[in-house]
Design a protein around this ligand. Structure first.
Ligand code: FAD
Length: 496
């Protein structure tokens, strides 16, 4: 321990661990990160993408979006890190780039606009630059190849006190505070539970599996000029999204409803993955300037999860904080996990300023205030999406009048209003990037009135702002792949 400061042991040097080192590093703290995996190889982003062995992070090569809220934190506290990310090829996607022609005609810059910038790159690129930057911070040491087996724990009259962590080589690492950022399968928190610590835990299935393929732009070709905004589609049984990345790369992720067994098997074959993509009109311009590289990367067991280590303000443990995926996990569809991790790291730094020796209760309170509204909103949307996937699986499904009206209002009213009006669009983007509370823009009467007004306008007068069709019906997709159309529905009926 340094004379005036504290020793902090961080389990895991993934996103949350590195963000904690960023927010906690100062001249007085001694911060050690214990990481099971090797460090990134020397070299450029291509070498890292091809060869970094990251068994501890299953989602390492899945598509990642890095929200404006996260970029803002980096830009304001660590401008040199932002510079390093730019130098490595990370791109900054400004709000203005995504404007439609009609929005552009009415656009007036606002003070928030410079904040509305997302980062676009492969996760391997961002994590490597972040890690190299963090390892140069004062007082920070990253020890690779250190597999944490469990916590060192002392039982007291009140509650367990964590003294440090034990690694597979038999070494004991003692610290004033253990910060557990060991991710989804962290040995720290799981060890506490095994010791009988009863931690409130809400878990829900995301209802989808992730399938990602990376694409490289052909020599001399550029990304499609017209698709400046987020290219995404939701067909009820599957969703897709294009993730522009660094150095001529992008990826396409297809998220398929958990109940669609046949489609899930088919999509893993790269040629069938590409065939599915080619059925989606918005993906056309991306496929025609690029080549798919490598296999389709699948990832399941996706859940949202909320754990609380200080229920009702009462810490369950001393000398210990968990954060990142170890504590709270978001359905990846919303692209929020890394931003959640940064917000938690900031909350920990603030809580430690107020309560240096026992930050847990203050930390949990801050996290609850900052993240719970997003978590609840996502959980609600996930439940609706799971119900919708089950409905769409029925080949005879015909939406009733109410559903048809809602769809019509959504596509021809709300979507058109957003695609026409730069101020409304800005509000949507602020919410998406976690700069305002979730759904705040939808609660405004003024915005609702705009949507209703556009709903009344005949299609002929709004053709340029009507959203493009995301893709064909489920029946068309299944038939074009030679897959049974009714099997999912029959299984659901049999299980009912
Ligand atoms: C398919 C998928 C797509 C996603 N897409 C996005 C996205 O678009 N945008 C976004 O913001 N988030 C996304 N996320 C979420 C994001 O990946 C996580 O929220 C983020 O990685 C959490 O960081 P973490 O540090 O808590 O966990 P991790 O990044 O998983 O890091 C955990 C670290 O702990 C180490 N570790 C584990 N066990 C031990 C041990 N025993 N000893 C020592 N070290 C150990 C691991 O090696 C790893 O380095 C996605 C997640 C998934 C699954």
């Amino acid at each position: 321990m340094t004379p005036s400061g504290q020793s902090i042991l961080i389990i895991g040097a993934g996103m949350a661990g590195l963000f904690c080192a960023l927010t906690l590093s100062d001249q007085s703290r001694e911060i050690t990160l214990l990481e099971r995996d090797p460090p990134p190889p020397e070299g450029d982003p291509e070498a890292v993408f091809e060869t970094w062995n990251r068994r501890g992070v299953g989602q390492m090569r899945q598509s990642h979006a890095f929200l404006a809220r996260l970029r803002s934190s980096i830009a304001s506290a660590h401008p040199a890190l932002l510079e390093a990310l730019r130098a490595a090829g990370c791109r900054e996607m400004e709000f203005q780039r995504a404007l439609t022609d009609r929005q552009r005609r009415h656009y007036r810059p606002q003070p928030i606009d410079p904040e509305l910038v997302a980062l676009s790159c492969r996760r391997t690129t961002l994590e490597t630059v972040l890690r190299r930057y963090v390892s140069d911070l004062p007082g920070v040491t990253i020890r690779s190849g250190c597999f944490v087996e469990g916590l060192i724990l002392e039982q007291t009259d009140q509650r367990p006190k964590i003294l440090g962590a034990r690694t597979a080589d038999g070494e004991n690492h003692l610290a004033d505070l253990v910060v557990d950022t060991g991710g989804r399968l962290t040995p720290g928190l799981e060890g506490l539970i095994a010791e009988g610590c009863s931690i409130p835990d809400e878990t829900a299935d995301a209802g989808v599996l992730y399938y990602t393929r990376h694409f490289k732009l052909r020599d001399g070709l550029m990304e499609p000029a017209k698709s400046r905004g987020v290219v995404t589609g939701d067909l009820g049984f599957m969703k897709y999204c294009v993730f522009p990345a660094d150095n001529g790369w992008f990826s396409i992720t297809i998220a398929i409803a958990e109940i669609e067994d046949e489609l899930r098997v088919a999509v893993v074959d790269p040629s069938r993955f590409d065939a599915i993509c080619s059925l989606m009109p918005p993906l056309d311009p991306w496929l025609s300037c690029s080549d798919g590289v490598g296999r389709v990367l699948a990832m399941g067991n996706l859940q949202s999860r909320w754990r609380d280590l200080a229920p009702e303000g009462m810490p369950l443990v001393d000398g210990y904080v968990a954060l990142g995926d170890a504590l709270i996990r978001a359905n990846p569809l919303y692209g929020r996990g890394c931003t959640f991790a940064m917000i938690q790291a900031e909350a920990l730094a603030e809580a430690m300023t107020e309560h240096p020796s026992a930050p847990l209760a203050a930390f949990q309170t801050r996290v609850h205030q900052a993240l719970r509204p997003y978590f609840d909103d996502m959980a609600k949307q996930d439940r609706a999406a799971i119900r919708q996937a089950a409905r769409v699986a029925n080949p005879d499904f015909r939406p009733d009048l109410k559903a048809r009206l809602l769809t019509s209002f959504g596509q021809q009213g709300m979507a058109v209003a957003v695609r026409s009006d730069p101020d409304l669009f800005r509000q949507v983007i602020e919410g998406f990037h976690m700069l305002t509370p979730p759904g705040a823009w939808m609660k405004s009467r003024r915005n609702l009135a705009k949507a209703v007004a556009w709903w009344m306008v005949p299609k002929a007068f709004k053709r340029d702002v009507l959203p493009a069709s995301p893709g064909p019906s489920r029946t068309t997709v299944m038939e074009s792949l030679g897959l049974p159309v009714s099997a999912t529905w029959q299984r659901l009926q049999a299980a009912a």
